[in-house]
Design a binder for this molecule. Structure first.
Ligand code: C5P
Length: 219
């Protein structure tokens, strides 16, 4: 009898950017399109997983049946993640979460005044690191890394510091890889710090490669 490899597994995926409000009409955001996270969620669902997708604001649509939770800010993403993570067998964190947010959100639109304006920012919670600290023996946690320099060392450092099982490095140095493009070029590191380098591919094909790497270490 044939069963799908992830049938019965609960999987959590994060995707997209977060928006951090400055005032009622403005925010600090980033160029994440959400494409990689949505591709991951769709591929995992195709493999039979019971997927919960937690996404920041994006124009993407899921193609498979899954539970989608829409959030805006890093704080909302943290709350959604902590409520889902404890029962997830596998978690893949593709979201480009803001590292800083305005310390105060103005109640009213900030008016144009002096020639310069100083916004004070405060750190957001590192969601991935928080989950890593709470990870149980039977849970698999996968993070992404996007670096502009010394990328392999940062990726390996992240794997250890955030208690990950796999880290997916995508290089901004490769044309056609990263944020808005439909293609990506990745390197996967496992816990033994073994490296697998992949060719430039569509994000759907990249998602399949990541799924295979997860299946290899699946418990
Ligand atoms: O440390 P860095 O932000 O480069 O790590 C990237 C990884 O951490 C990604 O998997 C991203 O989804 C996750 N992350 C997070 N919460 C943050 C910052 C990053 O979950 N506040």
């Amino acid at each position: 009898k044939y069963t799908l490899p992830l049938f019965g597994k609960k999987v959590m995926v994060t995707a997209g950017p977060t928006y951090e409000a400055i005032d009622p009409v403005r925010f600090i955001g980033n160029h994440s399109s959400g494409k990689m996270g949505f591709a991951m969620a769709d591929e995992l669902a195709k493999l039979g997983a019971d997927v919960t997708l937690i996404t920041g604001p994006t124009a993407q649509k899921e193609n498979q049946t899954l539970l989608r939770i829409d959030v805006v800010s890093a704080q909302q993403m943290l709350e959604a993640c902590t409520s889902v993570f404890f029962e997830a067998d596998i978690t893949i964190m593709c979201a480009a979460v803001a590292d800083y947010r305005p310390k105060e959100i103005a109640n009213q639109k900030i008016k144009k005044q002096a020639d310069s304006l100083v916004l004070e920012l405060e750190k957001t919670v590192d969601i991935l690191a928080t989950l890593g600290r709470n990870k149980k023996e039977n849970q698999i946690l996968v993070g992404f890394a996007l670096e502009t320099h010394d990328e392999e060392n940062y990726a390996k450092g992240k794997l250890e510091k955030k208690n990950l099982d796999l880290v997916v490095l995508n290089s901004l140095n490769d044309n056609g890889a990263g944020f808005k493009s439909d293609t990506n070029k990745i390197t996967i590191f496992n816990k033994a710090l073994e490296r697998t380098v992949f060719e430039m591919k569509s994000k759907t094909e990249v998602a399949k490669d990541i799924c295979m790497a997860i299946l290899k270490i699946s418990k």
